[in-house]
Design a protein around this ligand. Structure first.
Ligand code: PEP
Ligand code: MN
Length: 356
């Protein structure tokens, strides 16, 4: 199987996952060097550290800025690791490239802003740089905006690109800091299959103990790499301390990841897949029949001057089917979403009949 991540750093060992590790922020030269030494000793090859920190609210630690570039050069000199940092505008791009940073990433608040992404793309193009750039998903689950950001960099001539899934802001309370909504990066992969895909379990989880299960899920879904926050003294970190791991704990998590690479299918998998195909055929047939009945109902309603929507019946139906689904081992919310989609098409079909 092709290792997509090998395009970013051809000389870094290409077994999945390619892992970028390091602190949320560069704080002091000592913190950076200590963390990097421990990570390098544990076998990590690419070091991350935020120099310019986009904070949701003012007043927090906003990063050490360009001063940290010399520290990153020292990390590289003393450990041999590649270095990576976040850029959010043209000054960051020029400073980071002049400062010898090997990989740049665009944060979730920046990738949500087409003007900022275009400014970064233009700065990279002017620089004539072929530095690898990873684009985090925008804070909202807007796949087109994410793809748009990737296209802006591609159009600027950059070819060593990758995407980072870091979860999505949500108003709902969740066990995660940012909702994983795996279907969004999966759809990104379907649309851009050649683009290496990284997962950032630190910013999805927001908690140290969430990193291992999220990283495993990403591996199960075929992600190429990980970007994870690690700090020599996580509890003393100046930003994102709840989610940072010691280099040793991170190494242990990576050691335990189960990587399934088999692509050849066996006969029993083929037969299970063909069973799924047959069931899908039946589902489609049943849906078509259901729509046919919906149209009959539409005709009846037209003849008796009844409105199409009768919301009381619909709510009761949804609740009943959600409960039934749960008894059958499915999520109630899943069944509600399915029925809502079916219902939308049903209403559309009835409206067509009424307009005939
Ligand atoms: C980060 O990587 O430290 C960061 C600020 O992440 P995000 O853009 O995903 O919030
Ligand atoms: Mn962080």
């Amino acid at each position: 199987m092709e290792n997509l991540q090998s395009r970013l750093f051809p000389d870094v060992e290409t077994r999945r996952p390619l892992t970028i590790a390091g602190p949320c922020s560069a704080e002091t030269e000592e913190q950076l060097i200590e963390t990097a030494r421990e990570l390098a000793a544990a076998g990590f090859r690419i070091f991350r550290a935020g120099l310019w920190k986009p904070r949701t609210k003012p007043g927090g630690f906003e990063g050490v800025g360009a001063e940290g570039l010399a520290w990153l050069r020292r990390v590289k000199r003393e450990t041999g690791m590649y270095t990576a940092t976040e850029v959010a505008n043209r000054e960051h791009v020029t400073a980071a490239l002049d400062g010898g940073v090997d990989l740049l990433w665009i944060g979730a608040r920046t990738s949500a802003n087409p003007f900022a992404v275009q400014e970064i793309a233009d700065a990279l193009q002017r620089y004539g740089s072929d530095t690898p750039v990873l684009i985090k998903n925008p804070v909202s689950p807007d796949l087109e905006l994410w793809i748009g950001a990737i296209e802006r960099l591609y159009n600027a001539g950059l070819r060593r690109l990758g995407a980072i899934h870091r979860g999505f802001t949500s108003v709902e309370k969740s066990v995660y800091r940012n909702l994983p909504l795996w279907s969004v990066p999966i759809e990104l992969h379907r649309r851009l299959p050649q683009l290496p895909l990284f997962c950032d379990p630190s910013h999805i989880g927001g908690r140290r103990d969430a990193v291992a299960p999220l990283a495993q899920q990403a591996m199960n879904l075929g992600f190429d790499g990980l970007i994870v926050e690690a700090h020599c003294d996580p509890d003393a970190a100046w930003s994102d301390k709840a989610q940072q791991l010691t280099p040793r704990a991170l190494a242990e998590i990576c050691r335990r990841l189960v990587i399934r690479e088999t692509v050849a299918t066996t006969e029993s998998l083929d037969s299970l897949r063909s069973e799924i195909d047959k069931l899908d055929d039946r589902l489609l047939d049943l849906l078509a029949r259901r729509m046919h009945v919906a149209r009959e109902i539409g005709r009846y309603k037209r003849e008796h001057a009844m409105p199409v929507l009768q919301t009381a019946r619909y709510e009761e139906l949804l609740a009943r089917r959600a409960a039934q689904a749960e008894e059958l081992g499915m999520e109630g919310g899943f069944m509600r979403r399915v029925l809502q989609a079916v219902h939308e098409e049903s209403v559309r079909q009835q409206m067509e009949v009424i307009d005939e």
